[in-house]
Design a protein around this ligand. Sequence first.
Ligand code: SF4
Length: 693
Amino acid sequence: MSAAGTPTHCPYCALQCGMVLRPGGTAGVEVTEWPDFPTNRGALCGKGRTAAELLAPAGRLTTPLVRDGRGTPLRPAEWDEALDRVAGALTATAQRHGREAVGVFGGGGLTNEKAYLLGKFARVVLRTPNIDYNGRFCMSSAAAAGNRAFGLDRGLPFPLEDIAWTGCVLLVGSNLAETMPPVQRYFTAQRERGGSLVVIDPRRTATARAATLHLQPQPGTDLALALGLLHLAIAEGYLDEGFVAARTTGFDAVRATAMEHWPERVERITGVPVPLLRTAVKLFAQAPTGMVLTARGAEQHSKGTDTVQAWINLTLALGKAGRALCGYGCLTGQGNGQGGREHGQKADQLPGYRRIDDPDARAHVAAVWGVDPDELPGPGRSAYELLDCLGEPDGVHSLLVLGSNPVVSAPRAAHVEERLRRLGFLAVADVVLSETAELADVVLPSAQWAEETGTTTNLEGRVILRRKAVDPPALVRTDLEIISALADRLGHPGGFPTDPERVFDELRRASAGGPADYAGISYQRIAAEQGVFWPCPSVDHPGTPRPFLDRFATPDGRARFVPVRHRPVAEEPDAEFPLYLTTGRVSAQYQSGAQTRRIASLVEAAPSAFVELHPHLALRLGVDEGAAVQVTSRRGSAVAPARLTDTIRADTVFMPFHWPGAGRANSLTNPVLDPTSRMPEFKVCAVRVEAAG
Ligand code: SF4
């Protein structure tokens, strides 16, 4: 690493803030600003500022580990022994139970190159359909709705900077102030220019407190809320009939469903007073431009796809899509959540966002991979379904996990943990000994972020380049090297390069002609242009920051309205479980916390789980601030200190999900799935709360 530093990107969330790594600090590497990088302009949150501490050897894996038998401790091993064990176990499982009994579980933090090579490894070497990734738990409902309505899931169909210039933003189920603080600059600028921000969230979060208007619906009722706003928009004459006629199809059926959701009915369902509904729709409709942005609060439901569709329907009906400073967008969460869902580690996809059940897509990708299309497996099990079948007679018996920690992050986590323990064989490649790695038969220490080069695709669809700044510890290997070594041992010595740029060049060919076309993107272009927006089909193509200005990506170029109706959450409160639980994040921790729970300053800022509850509820339960409370759902219990706040509804409690053990929020969550996206209902379930004995 030169004294001038290495420009790269944060290892955590989908904003992928630019930063420059320089020699210095306790880990020998220091995070400094990259003032010119266009998304964050030098700003970083606490996680990004402390990211270099992850590179220090303390607390991370520095050698392979193997277990000699169930019940015996993990012990250090040579790479050859560890890799031989993995290859031998995967082969034995396939021979004994069939290829489908071998599973692969990836992560939304893996680079595009890793996600691509992992998908190819599963389909070409293991020939199993059972590969999926934890990004399924993140943005899959928005992706499904975006594909259905626009013919393309591009996260945000505009650069973040457009937010600063739009007239009104409806922000649904997002607490940006905690999850992506640097992005707030665009919202602040937007309001300074006279724009308005309407936040829809069951909690009065820091983001909601800064808004023009906050609507605080009952958890799980966003779909009804969107339908009610559309009803009012139609009734009050705000419909953009010209746009609907020229750029969309299917509005008549949507009008009929909206008219079934009159304001008083929606007030009864959501708890949001009719006058506030009227104010919200007026702010959005009367603004000359506007955007609707959703995040996990709207999406992580068993009706997440339809909920997002309802917001898209509202956006389209008011003509606020397909033109400058307008549109619907998903605020992707994980670092490479967008790229991770484009290049083949998802059960139903091939690289380039192609469908694995599309014969043309199979033929194209098979030609790039040099295999017969008929040899490629079909669609496999989605993430939760894959975890739920572990160890079952007709399920997965051997699992390879890369960069994911489902023991903490999966719904109904105690059940998933039990399934992982029942597996015939579990191998985990990760940077740290996560709670999932602790259960493994073989643990492979991976290089991370600043120790390797690779691309990610941020929430804007901008493909960016993480550059290697330092060497990994001596006995640590990159995930590409691990995949390549396993492919070698499993009889595929070619086709799995370890050089990330070679992998990316192959990915470009595999994606060419697909919806997420990277063919024209190169490492050189990314460096020179500070990222390139896909689709970018040729080297002389400028990239596509705003894909829907002229036409949508459907066959007829029109956006599709799809009728959707309100339906209750899968688990309504009752006498036994009388409250709603909703889950989410805090600013100092990231996802399952496997990395951030090892950074001292982040632990100091957010040391453990807590249960947020309204003072009225606390009074009724006889619970004081800081007292231990037990939260129980039909799936299990969690115990954590009470945090009293009047920013939450009195019928709802909140828990962050970053911690394992007694405070594990996902011990409680409901794995019921959205029928389209296969997203679990993380955001709402019925619970009972009591003072812990
Ligand atoms: Fe930026 Fe997200 Fe990293 Fe924070 S965690 S510095 S918001 S990329």
